[in-house]
Design a protein. Structure first.
Length: 160
């Protein structure tokens, strides 16, 4: 197996789910995941190794998604698309006293860096860039870590 095949096999699902989390559309996620790997193959020589290959792929995926949005903004009026209603809004629930205690319990048991990134974002109201700087990482890392923490909390809340 070539190195590129190994990268594809190891990260395809991660890239797909990342784009799906942005787009909330499986067809867009499929198309942009393919586009991401095509771009990665095309520009693999420009990968300097300054960050994890997964982070590099996520950056390509994010840029592909934003390019897609810009190209299709005339077809989709973003204000006319109903926002997907999430069954549980963690940020708002933190401030309701009944659910707040449950969330704080779950947060207390989260592993690092999820616990600290979530706290800095929700309670400290820091930007992803500020959080990334605190950890010596990128703002993309902070964003991904925050969303993973939020998903872990959501999963735990469903079990209550």
């Amino acid at each position: 197996m070539t190195e590129l095949e190994e990268i594809y096999n190891n990260y395809f699902k991660d890239v797909y789910f990342f784009i799906y989390s942005l787009s909330k559309d499986k067809h867009i996620a499929e198309d942009l995941t393919s586009e991401t790997f095509i771009k990665a193959i095309k520009y693999i020589k420009s990968f300097k190794g300054d960050c994890d290959i997964k982070v590099w792929l996520f950056q390509i995926a994010k840029n592909s998604y934003y390019s897609y949005i810009r190209k299709h903004k005339n077809l989709i009026e973003l204000d006319s698309v109903p926002e997907k209603k999430d069954d549980f809004d963690i940020e708002k629930s933190v401030f309701s006293s009944e659910e707040s205690m449950k969330i704080h319990e779950i947060l207390h048991n989260l592993s690092e860096p999820y616990k600290e990134v979530f706290s800095l974002r929700v309670f400290g109201e820091l930007s992803f860039k500020q959080i990334g700087n605190l950890f010596g990482k990128t703002d993309n890392w902070a964003c991904v870590t925050f969303h993973r923490a939020r998903n872990k909390i959501r999963e735990e809340m469903r079990d209550y």
